[in-house]
Design a protein around this ligand. Structure first.
Ligand code: FES
Length: 149
C-alpha cells in the first residue's frame, strides 16, 4: 500500500487514526451506504442544532482512502451551517487530501474517496425533505448524490 503514490502520509495517518470515528446514539440523521465494488460500508451520524451540524461521527469498514476521506469530511462539516453543507462539493473534499486527479485517473478509487460524501448527501436529502419540507434542496441533493460518480 505505501508504495503507491496515492497513499500519502496524511492518508495513511487518517486511516490508522480516523477522526470522528464512532456512533451517535439517537442521531438526528443516520445514513448507511456501501461501495458495491468491494462491499465496504459506512454509517454516518449527524446531530443538527440551530440549523448547524453540532456533532458528526462515522463508522464502518473501508480502505485507507475511504477512511481518510470520511475523516476529513467529518472535520470539514462539523459546526457548519446546513445551508453551507448542502453546497459542499466533491472538489473541496478531494483537494483537501490532494486526490483531485482520481476523477480522471481512477474510476475505482474515486468511489472509495467519495463514498462518505454520497452518504452525507443522501442523509441530509432526507432531512431537507422530511424535517424542513424543502423539496427543492432535497431534490438537488438527491440528484447530486446519485450522480456523484
Ligand atoms: Fe472499499 Fe475503497 S476498496 S471503499
Amino acid at each position: 500500500m505505501s508504495g503507491d503514490p496515492i497513499y500519502t502520509e496524511m492518508i495513511i495517518e487518517y486511516s490508522r487514526n480516523p477522526s470522528n470515528f464512532g456512533k451517535i446514539d439517537d442521531a438526528h440523521i443516520h445514513q448507511h451506504d456501501a461501495n458495491p465494488l468491494c462491499g465496504d460500508t459506512i454509517d454516518l451520524y449527524l446531530n443538527i442544532d440551530d440549523n448547524k451540524i453540532s456533532d458528526v461521527k462515522f463508522d464502518g469498514h473501508g480502505c485507507a482512502i475511504c477512511m481518510a476521506c470520511s475523516s476529513v469530511l467529518t472535520e470539514m462539516i462539523k459546526g457548519k451551517n446546513l445551508d453551507d453543507v448542502k453546497k459542499f462539493d466533491k472538489d473541496e473534499l478531494l483537494s483537501e487530501l490532494g486526490l483531485e486527479h482520481l476523477i480522471k485517473t481512477s474510476p475505482v478509487r474515486i468511489k472509495c474517496a467519495l463514498l462518505s460524501l454520497k452518504t452525507l448527501k443522501y442523509g441530509i436529502y432526507s432531512y431537507f425533505a422530511d424535517k424542513l419540507n424543502d423539496s427543492e434542496s432535497a431534490g438537488n441533493l438527491k440528484e447530486e448524490a446519485a450522480n456523484l460518480y
